[in-house]
Design a protein around this ligand. Structure first.
Ligand SMILES: [Zn+2]
Length: 388
């Protein structure tokens, strides 16, 4: 499909400002998505050929990641190009949709490579094609979420461009499930900010300390002001949880959503854990990046871990928590998430106790797991007995 290069200034400006907005907010903007503009006086013909509702003003095609819009329609640009386009690039559901569409396209190309075929031929082929069935099912399951994201994108970008009235008019008649879903995303975004909304919708999380600082300010607002410091730790992968560790006065709630995991410790808890080489204190402290707060305090704490002696008390502390976590695991056998979580903690506490017993300071989960794997069972038993 041919990409139209001669965008009128209006569309070009809208793209430019929106791209800058996305780069700042998320650290990415549409890259693989093409934009095609159909002149307004040709739209009806185009819609008819495609079997679209003539009242529509745009369409997005996942199979070639192309947004097609009517002329200079800004809301359609937001919806198709930035809404569906970005969703299909930076969201796992969107990526799967594109993959399935592309696979179907390949299979259709193979089937119809020789000679002529009709629309009926394609329909017949699809009825018995497994990829099509899978795609159709996947589309149905995710349609509401997919559309909601694109409509919310229109809301978001129309606000920044003085077009909110056009948005209100366009969606005045929105009803039922779709209206409920869009309203709930809008009110979430007003409460927690745009970045949290993007992440809740499953968009890739390209986290930096600076981006997470803005996120925490949106979510916690003035509850952050008495904190000593906040750290970003964990894998920092695009589709993994964001792990934040905060220490301080004040008592912001810990948060556990499906993408944000905030652990909170008071200064007293933090200092005790530090002295005891507690896994849940040392892992974030020794691997985290400072998001905000008292840099000296943070660096001195790190220094203390490196220089302080390993005590019997510290070894026992880690063993004790290993058993506690084991017990919590046993109490939560029905819940996969909790069972795995407590099992993981129990193992890392235990490995840490063993490592400390041998005079080793290991600070990452990976090192602790490697360490425990390298220990033979008989040594584990010995370590456990000697330490208690
Ligand atoms: Zn749409």
């Amino acid at each position: 499909m041919e990409q139209v290069q001669t965008q009128a200034p209006q569309t070009r400006d809208l793209i430019e400002t929106s791209v800058a907005f996305y780069q700042d907010l998320l650290g990415y903007s549409p890259e693989q998505t093409s934009l095609q503009q159909i002149p307004e006086n040709q739209w009806n013909e185009f819609a008819e050929q495609r079997g679209l509702n003539p009242n529509s003003s745009g369409i997005y095609l996942p199979r070639n990641q192309t947004a097609i819009i009517q002329g200079e329609n800004p809301l359609s640009l937001f919806h198709e190009y930035f809404g569906h386009g970005l969703y299909c690039e930076q969201n796992l559901t969107g990526r799967k949709l594109v993959d399935l569409e592309k696979r179907l396209l390949e299979e259709e190309k193979q089937e119809f490579s020789s000679g002529r075929f009709t629309l009926e031929d394609i329909q017949r082929f699809r009825q018995q094609n497994q990829t099509f069935q899978e795609l159709d099912e996947f589309r149905k399951q995710n349609l509401l979420q997919y559309e909601t994201f694109a409509i919310w994108t229109e809301y978001l970008l129309s606000g920044g461009h003085g077009l909110r009235e056009d948005f209100e008019r366009k969606y005045d008649s929105l009803q039922g499930q779709e209206k409920e879903s869009v309203d709930s995303v809008i009110s979430f975004s007003e409460q927690y900010g745009n970045l949290a909304t993007m992440y809740t919708q499953g968009m890739a999380r390209r986290t930096t300390a600076e981006r997470v600082r803005r996120l925490l300010e949106d979510v916690y607002k003035d509850k952050l002001k008495d904190l000593k410091f906040a750290l970003l730790y964990g894998s920092r992968k695009e589709f993994s949880d964001i792990y934040v560790f905060i220490v301080g006065g004040g008592t912001p709630n810990e948060a556990h959503s499906d993408w944000l995991d905030v652990k909170y410790k008071s200064i007293k808890e933090f200092n005790q854990g530090l002295k005891n080489f507690d896994v849940r204190i040392l892992t974030p402290l020794m691997n985290g990046d400072l998001i905000f707060g008292d840099k000296n305090y943070f660096e001195e704490a790190r220094q203390q871990v490196l220089s302080q002696p390993i005590t019997d008390k510290a070894i026992k502390h880690n063993l004790k928590w290993s058993y506690r976590m084991q017990r919590l695991k046993d109490e939560n056998l029905e819940d996969d998430f909790l069972r795995n979580k407590f099992e993981g903690y129990s193992q890392t506490y235990f490995s840490n106790a063993l490592a400390l017993k041998q005079g080793l300071k290991l600070f990452s989960k990976e090192d602790l797991i490697l360490y425990s794997q390298s220990e033979k069972l008989i040594e584990l038993k010995g370590g456990r007995k000697n330490a208690t």
